[in-house]
Design a protein around this ligand. Structure first.
Ligand code: TYD
Length: 135
């Protein structure tokens, strides 16, 4: 499985912290229509457990540490998001799980489409059938 990560442009100002930035269409391979974020989750929280039929996303963790498990139906892989300047591109037809390694870690997601419940595949067997039908 090809894991696509981005290293965000980061500008550190002496004594004033760091500003990180990425741009839709430039640093990530799609335009961004929606941003959401998950916070207030205890350590050990597991979320996700679904794939998307078409949605493309970039995930990043501006605070804390979150393990992302990816599965394309053929191979599995893991990426640890523990650096605020690291982004992970998650393409469509990828089953994902997110596991909170540290309480209060924040998961941010920028997506290429508006929310659409019908775009989710929440059943793992259905996911496997979908990706295996595509070869
Ligand atoms: P979900 O994508 O299942 O989150 P996770 O995979 O992190 O557990 O979304 C959780 C709930 O929030 C679900 O009921 C759908 C709803 N939701 C929206 O209404 N709009 C959105 O943009 C998103 C991402 C989720």
């Amino acid at each position: 499985m090809i894991i696509q990560t981005i290293s965000m442009k980061s500008i550190t100002a002496e004594g004033l912290g760091t500003l990180s930035v990425f741009e839709g269409g430039h640093d990530v391979p799609f335009d961004i229509k929606r941003i959401y974020y998950i916070y207030g989750a205890p350590q050990g929280t597991q979320r996700g457990g679904h794939a998307h039929k078409a949605l493309r996303q970039v995930l990043w963790c501006p605070y804390g540490s979150i393990l992302i498990r990816l599965d394309d139906g053929h191979e599995k892989s893991e990426v640890l998001l523990d650096d605020p300047a690291k982004g992970l591109i998650v393409e469509h037809n990828i089953w994902r799980e997110m596991i909170w390694q540290q309480e209060n870690s924040v998961l941010c997601v920028a997506a290429d489409s508006y929310y659409e419940a019908a775009d989710y595949i929440r059943d793992y067997d259905e996911f496997l059938k979908t990706v295996q039908a595509k070869g």
